[in-house]
Ligand binder design. Structure first.
Ligand SMILES: [Zn+2]
Length: 242
């Protein structure tokens, strides 16, 4: 009996990653309706080649989803409202572009603290504690552990390398590339609400560029989608999830 159990256990351990359930990757189109309660006023930037930030994000999201599925990933599309609340997965990527004067950059979840609170549905400066007039947020919020921070940082660096490689004048980029923003230098990037609506092991937000300085680059959604998908797939493989 013991030998039989040992044989079964050995066989199970030998199942290659490809035969296990495919990893789940959540790709969020920033600001795309329906919105997240507490942030409904944050409808995003404008002035990219497709109009609103949400439309740019939707195009890039859908391109990434299609490529991830072709690579054997269980890729799922999210709007600004993260449904279901607390959804799990290997990776959560939120796609955005910055406003005038901004930059291409990547942020990730950091341990400790919580999501940003604003006035009403998203006005004013974000801070860790609710304002008296902050709109109600959905609960329970998920947490960011030190392990999630480490995993997220590694994903962010891979995503930033891929973005940096294509964020060139030849590809239409005209603005700045800042890579991975330093931890806790930017509440908007390090305490994004989406990190607290999922239990994904890795949680990252990307500003692909800034409109209108990078508009010729932002127009190239297939180039962007291919590069970002490559980074996510490489990250999943490094984590032995694909
Ligand atoms: Zn945004």
């Amino acid at each position: 009996m013991r030998r039989l159990l040992t044989t079964i256990a050995t066989a199970l351990l030998a199942v290659p990653a490809a035969m296990a359930a495919p990893p789940v990757v959540l790709v969020q189109a920033g600001h795309l309706s329906p919105g997240e309660p507490g942030y409904l006023a944050q409808t995003g930037a404008s002035g990219n080649p497709f109009g609103d930030e949400s439309e740019f994000a939707r195009r890039v999201r859908d391109d990434i989803i299609r490529r991830l599925k072709a690579a054997g990933v269980d890729a799922r599309a999210l709007a600004a409202r993260v449904d279901p609340l607390g959804v799990g997965g290997a990776t959560f990527l939120s796609v955005h572009h910055d406003s005038p004067g901004g930059a291409a950059m990547v942020g990730h979840a950091v341990a400790g603290g919580n999501e940003n609170y604003y006035h009403g549905q998203g006005f004013g400066t974000g801070r860790a504690m609710p304002y008296p007039d902050s709109a109600r947020h959905r609960t329970p919020a998920t947490t960011v552990s030190p392990l999630v921070q480490r995993t997220s940082a590694a994903t962010a660096h891979r995503v930033a390398s891929a973005l940096g490689a294509i964020f060139t004048p030849a590809n239409g980029a005209g603005g700045r590339f800042r890579g991975v923003v330093p931890t806790n230098s930017n509440r908007r990037m390090n305490h994004f609400y989406g990190y607290y609506r999922t239990t994904a092991q890795s949680r990252v937000l990307i500003e692909v560029g800034a409109a209108p300085d990078d508009n010729a680059f932002l127009r190239r959604t297939a180039l962007i989608g291919r590069a970002l998908t490559g980074a996510i797939v490489a990250d999943l493989r490094a984590r032995r999830l694909l």
